[in-house]
Design a protein around this ligand. Structure first.
Ligand code: ATP
Ligand code: MG
Length: 180
C-alpha cells in the first residue's frame, strides 16, 4: 500500500485545487517558510479523520478552511482527497485503489466519501484499522513532537516501536482475551 495522490481544495493556504502525485519511496517537500509544507501533512491527518484542531495547528476546526488573503476572499468549504494504492490488499476492501475524501463547510458540517460514495467517519476508521494510519497512530510526527518522543519514558518509547512494528495490536488483543 502506498499514498498515491493528494488533492487539496480550499484547505488552509491551498485556495485553488492543488493535486500532488506521489510515487512509492521517499518524497520530500521543500519550500520557503510559510509556503504551506506543514499544511500538506495537516491535510493528510485531517482527511484520515483528525478531530482535534490543535493537532492541525489551529484553534478551531474551521481554521482548516481557506480564510482569504490580501489577494482573494475566503472560501466556504475545504476538501481533501487522498488516494491509497491498495493493489496488495492491505486495506480490507475489494478495491485496488481507495480514495478517501473529507469535506467541511463553515457550518461545521463534515462529509466523508469512500471512492466517491457517502460514508461515515467510522467507515474510515474501520478501513484504516490495523494499518498504522488510523486515529492516534504515529504515522505523522510533527515538527515539535520529535523532542517529546526522545525525552519520553523508555516504556512510552517502547510502545511507539511496538506500534510501528505492528506488535501493539497483538499485545492489546492478548490483554483483552486474558481479561475475559
Ligand atoms: P515552515 O518552513 O516555517 O515550517 P511551512 O511551509 O510548513 O513553513 P505552513 O505552516 O504549512 O508553512 O503554512 C503556513 C501558512 O499557511 C501561513 O502563511 C498561514 O497564514 C497559512 N494558512 C494556514 N491556515 C490558513 C487558512 N485557513 N487560510 C489561509 N491561509 C492559511
Ligand atoms: Mg512547517
Amino acid at each position: 500500500m502506498h499514498l498515491k495522490s493528494l488533492v487539496l481544495k480550499g484547505f488552509k493556504s491551498f485556495a485553488d485545487r492543488c493535486a500532488i502525485s506521489l510515487e512509492p519511496g521517499i518524497t520530500a517537500v521543500v519550500g520557503p517558510n510559510g509556503s504551506g509544507k506543514s499544511n500538506i501533512s495537516d491535510a493528510v491527518l485531517w482527511v484520515l479523520g483528525e478531530r482535534n484542531a490543535k493537532n492541525l495547528r489551529g484553534q478551531a476546526m474551521e481554521d482548516v478552511i481557506f480564510a482569504g488573503s490580501s489577494a482573494r476572499k475566503s472560501v466556504g468549504v475545504a476538501e481533501v482527497d487522498l488516494v491509497l494504492d491498495n493493489a496488495d490488499g492491505t486495506l480490507p476492501v475489494d478495491f485496488s485503489e481507495v480514495s478517501l475524501t473529507r469535506r467541511m463547510y463553515r457550518s461545521g458540517e463534515s462529509e466523508y466519501l469512500i471512492n466517491g460514495s457517502p460514508a461515515r467517519r467510522m467507515d474510515f476508521m474501520d478501513i484504516l484499522h490495523d494499518t498504522g494510519l488510523g486515529e492516534g497512530a504515529h504515522s505523522i510526527i510533527g515538527q515539535g513532537n520529535l523532542d517529546a518522543i526522545l525525552a519520553s519514558r523508555p516504556e512510552d518509547r517502547r510502545a511507539l516501536v511496538e506500534e510501528a512494528a505492528g506488535v501493539l495490536k497483538h499485545k492489546q488483543r492478548k490483554e483483552r482475551s486474558e481479561r475475559k
